[in-house]
Design a protein around this ligand. Structure first.
Ligand code: ADP
Ligand code: MG
Ligand code: MG
Length: 928
């Protein structure tokens, strides 16, 4: 016979899978000799079986439960349903991971008019018995039967209003009797049956309701968001009631062993005298601070403090405790790992390690890497937050805090944002048409959509705060307003959103810029992580200021410096455009010249060859395109050199990988559609002259460069081979900068990265010429710098032939964004805009492969490339520079695949340091 039921004595803390967190917790406390009211737990397996066989109790479950109930009766000397000395129980849900407020609990089961009278007589406290009965009807009606809670509240409030003190404690026995009467009438009216007097039936239905709440909408949504599996099931705990509502010597409360907001080492919590169960959390009266219990009930407080210390030592972590005091006697009802803010998580882990309760390794494993992101993002000043007017709470979809004026369409957001206004884009939900507005917005607020909605995904990608799925607000984007609770926010009104908590406020709230150097505990924790991790952590930075930031956060190199960003700067773009517009014609002349030179070199005495060279030289010299091309390159060279000098200086002593130009050139030119409109307008208006001619010329150039699939077209090394002078200019700039800085005593380690290689021959034809430029510069400057040439691995063919490619490349850097695109055959923008989010939501894919590296597909290619590359070149340096470099799961993969480093955005460097250490330590299950 399968064992479905465990007495508390039969369980322990390691049985969370089977008994749920709550069941394992009360079992552990029971066996530790703490005062826990006796009870038993029905297993999570029973819950799963219940659903598997079509919502029925599995065989013998009920018999086992009744047998366990007998044991409880014997232990307590009370009897379930016996008016002489009635046993009352609670039926409490409890899954493996706590899901606060998501699941159901019913108290005081076992009461009917007879047992109520018995209880009244036995305790000499008829008021209490009446109060317990009304609570039973209310909780049972609401959670088991689904009668809206407000209907009960309404009745209760009506009666409270008639008392002098207006509080629930002011309700007399007679009044409570009236409440019970009205509750029962409501129950019958709502359900068409009377409230059950049969206590065994109450118990059965209570257990069933807890099972059913596992698949309640709230619970399912919560699990989806928290990535908790739906097949864990919930345990059901049936426990002897103890009563905090028996008078002023009774109380109920909750407390953390340390402050869950700051991590400070002091009891933190609240209690209410003469109250039961959730009264504290439900806020029916203002609870008192836990320290005040020390004055009210010194003996109990002392005992509770001891229990708290003991449990924290026992579990070696902060505990979140529930307790009840019944006529001066303390009972423990729950212990669980306390949820905490990022700040507290870090402080507590470090403190516990210093106290010797846990090791440094455990401290590292205690903190969720993505959580520490919160410490490094702008957040609301806690004091200022209290001044803001709370509006609603949505999903905390992308962390960080933002204040700005509300705008309701992407175009306005863009226009106002570009004018320097801080805007929050508010939409019913977002789609790819909103992205240009999201780019300039300080934050994003949506009414609909979950944690994987477009708004959430894009905001996280952009590192912007986002509150999504704020169901309480009504967004009317036509009228440019949203309303909530009778309040209306219109375009231009200030609002504030906290993407870390999901809160939305009216009005501006001051934000605090984080200061890493003040985060002493985090710095200490990360220093421990550094001792343990094997993976290096580098950063992606294009500008010296980003490089400095990355270094402050602990980056050990630059894994990706993109040169093309610099091309977009206003003073440079005209030269970039000149370079592009003339490249094709000029390069054909220059290529002819190079060919003629090579030909003559092969047969130095040949007359025709001499003639041909002379002609080619003349043609090149006479070509305006060649002149313009060379002039543009010459103008760009000093800009690039200056950029690189800045980066080298910032990264003194550390490697800097600079990627040569990568995107298709048309990205630097005006859009084809805009130009077409412009030219057509000018023509229809009959305009003539220079401006029209220029526009026409630009249009023709852009037209000639148009590609069906720019992502798969002329870009990366393909571009470099087509227009070699562009790359040579870049390499010259890199090495001039390197030599100049080294001459000034700065230690430079440039690594030149060639993008998008797919065939070894691409390196064979380009790399040598580029290295020659490097050598030339170093010779001319009389300086030797330590350098490398290498390539990105971002198309499958490169990974498949990595052994050949490593003959040339001294390092590999996996560009996993492109590698994911090309492996899946997705264009990321199209995929995320059109179908990918749906794929993730409907679990066609386990995760968005652009956020979490696809180990089975893309990961295979990475592993293969590492192995083959190292077989050719044992000291090959291998890293990753895609967005994945900052994602903890992907970092774990990189560790296992033997990469040398991960490179991520500066703000993710601390996360990566921690994640890399956790990868080295191996997997642990953290409480969710
Ligand atoms: P949740 O998981 O939502 O906290 P619980 O099962 O812990 O739900 O119960 C809700 C409240 O009822 C808690 O305050 C708990 O302490 C209280 N409670 C549960 N069982 C008992 C009991 N047997 N005696 C007294 N109070 C109880
Ligand atoms: Mg609880
Ligand atoms: Mg790429």
């Amino acid at each position: 016979m399968k064992k479905w039921v465990y007495l508390f004595e039969e369980g322990n803390k390691d049985m969370r899978d089977l008994l749920g967190g709550k069941g394992a917790g009360v079992a552990e406390m029971t066996n530790a000799g703490l005062p826990v009211p006796p009870g038993f737990t029905i297993t999570t397996e029973a819950c799963n079986e219940y659903f598997r066989i079509g919502k029925q109790f599995p065989d013998s479950l009920w018999d086992q439960a009744l047998a366990a109930l007998k044991t409880i009766e014997n232990k307590t000397g009370k009897k379930f349903g016996d008016p002489g000395n009635p046993l009352l129980v609670s039926v409490r849900s409890g899954a493996k991971f706590s899901m606060p407020g998501m699941m159901d609990t019913v108290l005081n089961i076992g009461l009917n008019p007879d047992t109520q009278a018995g209880l009244a007589g036995l305790t000499g406290n008829p008021r209490f018995a009446q109060d317990a009965y009304r609570r039973l009807i209310q909780m049972f009606g609401k959670t088991v039967k689904g009668i809206p809670g407000e209907k009960f509240e309404h009745i209760l409030n009506k009666h409270k209003a008639k008392t002098k003190g207006k509080q629930d404690t002011d309700l007399t026995t007679d009044r409570l009797q009236d409440v019970v009467k009205e509750y029962k009438a409501l129950y019958t009216k709502e359900l068409g049956v009377e409230f059950p007097d049969d206590v065994v039936e109450q118990l059965r239905q209570g257990i069933e309701a807890v099972f059913a709440s596992w698949f309640g909408k709230r619970a399912v949504d919560y699990r989806n968001f928290s990535k908790i599996s739906h097949d864990l099931g919930t345990g059901v705990n049936v426990q002897t009631m103890v009563f905090g509502n028996m008078g002023d010597d009774s109380a109920t409360g909750v407390a953390f062993t340390r402050d869950p907001a700051t991590g400070a080492k002091e009891l933190y919590g609240e209690y209410l005298a003469n109250a039961q169960g959730e009264d504290v959390v439900a806020g029916i009266r203002t609870p008192k601070k836990i320290v005040e219990l020390g004055d009210d009930m010194p003996g109990v407080y002392q005992q509770f403090e001891d229990v708290a210390v003991r449990l924290e030592k026992h579990y070696r972590d902060v505990q979140d405790l529930e307790f009840t005091v019944e006529r001066g006697k303390l009972y423990m009802l729950q212990t669980r790992t306390g949820k905490r803010t990022a700040k507290a998580a870090v402080k507590i882990a470090v403190d516990l390690a210093h106290e010797g309760l846990i090791t440094k390794e455990e401290a590292i494993q205690r903190v969720e890497p993505s959580q520490i992101n919160q410490l490094l993002l702008p957040r609301f000043d806690d004091k200022a937050k209290q001044s803001g007017a709370f509006l609603a709470k949505g999903l905390n979809a992308s962390p960080g805090a933002a204040t700005g004026v509300a705008v309701f369409d992407a175009d306005t957001a863009e226009a106002w944002g570009k004018n320097g206004k801080a805007v929050i884009l508010v939409r019913p939900e977002t789609n790819p048409d909103d992205v240009h507005g999201m780019l300039v917005a300080k934050g994003i607020l949506t009414q609909r959509g979950g944690a994987t909605s477009h708004a959430a995904v894009v905001a996280r990608g952009l590192g912007k705060p986002c509150v999504a799925g704020t169901e309480a607000i009504r967004v009317d984007d036509d009228r440019k307003l949203f309303s909530v609770d009778g309040k209306t926010i219109t375009e231009g009104d200030f609002i504030s959103i906290d993407g870390s908590t999901g809160e939305v406020y009216a009005g501006p709230i001051a934000t605090i810029e984080p200061d890493f150097s003040q985060e002493t505990e985090l710095i200490e924790l990360l220093s421990w992580a550094d001792e343990i991790r094997r993976l290096g952590v580098w950063a992606n930075a294009d500008y010296p200021k980003d490089a400095l930031k990355a270094r402050e956060f602990g980056a050990e190199g630059i894994g990706l410096c993109r040169t093309e960003h610099m091309f977009f700067e206003q003073e440079r773009l005209p030269f970039v455009q000149q370079m592009i517009l003339n490249a094709s014609e000029a390069q054909s002349k220059l290529d002819a010249l190079a060919r003629a030179e090579a030909d003559l070199a092969r047969r130095p005495e040949n007359k025709d060859a001499k003639k041909a060279l002379a002609a080619a030289k003349k043609a090149a010299a006479a070509s305006p395109a060649v002149k313009a091309y060379k002039r543009a390159l010459a103008r760009l060279l000093p800009f690039q050199r200056k950029d690189f000098e800045g980066i080298f200086k910032a990264m003194d002593g550390l490697p800097v990988i600079i990627r040569l130009i990568d995107p298709p050139l048309h990205e630097f030119l005006p859009s084809h559609d805009d130009l077409l409109v412009q030219v057509t307008e000018m023509r229809t208006k009959g305009q003539k002259g220079k401006r029209l001619r220029e526009a026409e010329r630009m249009l023709a150039a852009v037209e000639s460069m148009r590609e069906m699939n720019p992502m798969l077209g002329l870009r990366g090394i393909r571009l470099g081979i087509t227009y070699p002078d562009i790359l040579k200019m870049q390499v010259r700039a890199i090495f001039e900068a390197a030599c100049n800085m080294q001459a000034k005593g700065i230690q430079v380690k440039p690594e030149v990265m060639i993008p998008l290689t797919g065939h070894v021959n691409e390196l064979a034809v380009s790399q040598g010429a580029l290295e020659a430029v490097a050598q030339q510069v170093m010779q001319a400057k009389g300086v030797e710098v330590e350098y490398k040439f290498g390539t990105m691995i971002e198309v499958p063919r490169a990974a498949l032939t990595a052994g050949e490619i490593a003959r040339y490349a001294q390092f590999f850097s996996f560009g996993t964004n492109d590698l994911t695109q090309t492996t899946y055959g997705y264009s990321r923008d199209d995929a995320e805009g059109k179908f990918l989010l749906r794929y993730v939501e409907e679990k066609v894919l386990p995760a968005n492969p652009f956020q979490e590296l696809d180990r089975d597909g893309v990961g295979q290619l990475v592993k293969m490339a590492v192995e083959q590359g190292r077989a050719t070149r044992a000291d090959l340096e291998v890293g990753i520079c895609g967005e994945h470099g900052g994602d903890p799961s992907s970092i774990e993969f990189c560790h296992n695949a033997g990469l040398n480093y991960v490179s991520c955005s500066p703000f993710r460097v601390p996360i990566a340091r921690l994640a890399a250490a956790q990868a080295a330590l191996g997997a642990v299950v953290r409480d969710k």
